[in-house]
Ligand binder design. Structure first.
Ligand code: BTN
Length: 260
């Protein structure tokens, strides 16, 4: 087993969980762990199964954006079968768990950016993508995708150099991916097992959002809204105080800070 071994046994070795990561499927190269996870769902995968790719060649982000995940970064998906009431908390759990894994191993301070980014020094280091299928008010499955820039040389990549970073860019030393994945999975399970009581998950997530109280611009669908990010509610929606004083709930979009 090499130090950077991402194989199933390397991740599960010493992993202190009861179901998250008890089965890990590792593939050196995948188009996307989201598609591989969906295939595993069809094959009857147990809740908590984790799919990890050494690299992704067709990784995707929110809003059909591409997600770069060359070798050396973390790309994983977790298969879950939550109650429908648990769905809004998945992004909160994933954000908190990924932030925990990163901080625990690197000592770097992270902040959360609504709706599902993790930032270090104002730049994106991690993105989360949730895909699910709901049939007749029941969740058929949910797949939580987590991408962490570990070795990405974000500063060399046109288009993201101003807004993205990686753990190694921030630390100037190498980081072992299993060292981050294990605490991430452990914290993910700890938080997930708090459901259906999601209040403490919500409170921890909301308290780490970097934009609350700040003037922001939100792009949602074709609309551009401006206002003060007053809160994020328990469903995960952003509550924006617009210039006319009205409150607007925004369920999906991209936020940028305006000059205060
Ligand atoms: C975003 O910031 O828009 C979300 C990015 C999510 C990337 C992860 S990497 C693992 C999983 N597989 C994918 O193709 N996407 C997610």
């Amino acid at each position: 087993m090499t130090a950077e071994d991402l194989s199933s046994s390397s991740i599960t070795y010493g992993l202190n969980t009861s179901f998250i990561g008890q089965k890990v499927i590792y593939r050196p190269r995948l188009l996307s762990t989201m598609d591989a996870a969906r295939l595993e769902v069809r094959r009857g995968a147990a809740g908590g199964t984790v799919i990890i790719a050494g690299e992704q060649t067709g990784g995707r982000g929110r809003m059909r954006r591409a997600w770069l995940s060359p070798p050396g970064n973390i790309a994983l998906s977790i298969i879950l079968y939550p109650d429908i009431a648990g769905l809004p908390y998945l992004v909160m759990i994933a954000s908190l768990a990924a932030a925990h894994g990163i901080e625990r191993v690197t000592g770097l301070k992270t902040r959360l950016k609504w709706p599902n980014d993790i930032l270090i020094n104002g730049k994106k280091v991690c993105g989360i993508l949730i895909e699910n299928e709901v049939k007749a008010n029941r969740v058929a499955y949910a797949i939580v995708g987590i991408g962490i820039n570990v070795a990405l040389k974000a500063s060399d990549i046109p288009g993201i150099s101003a807004t993205a970073t990686s753990l190694e860019d921030e630390l100037d030393r190498s980081v072992l991916r299993p060292d981050i994945i294990r605490p991430l999975l452990t914290e993910f399970e700890r938080l997930y097992l708090l459901l259906p009581a999601g209040e403490s998950i919500y409170a921890a997530w909301r308290d780490r959002l970097e934009i609350l109280g700040k003037r922001v611009e939100v792009r949602s669908g074709g609309d551009v809204l401006e206002g003060v990010a007053e809160s994020a509610d328990e469903s995960g929606a952003l509550v924006l105080r617009c210039a006319d004083g009205n409150l607007t709930r925004v369920v999906a979009g991209d936020v940028t800070l305006r000059h205060q």
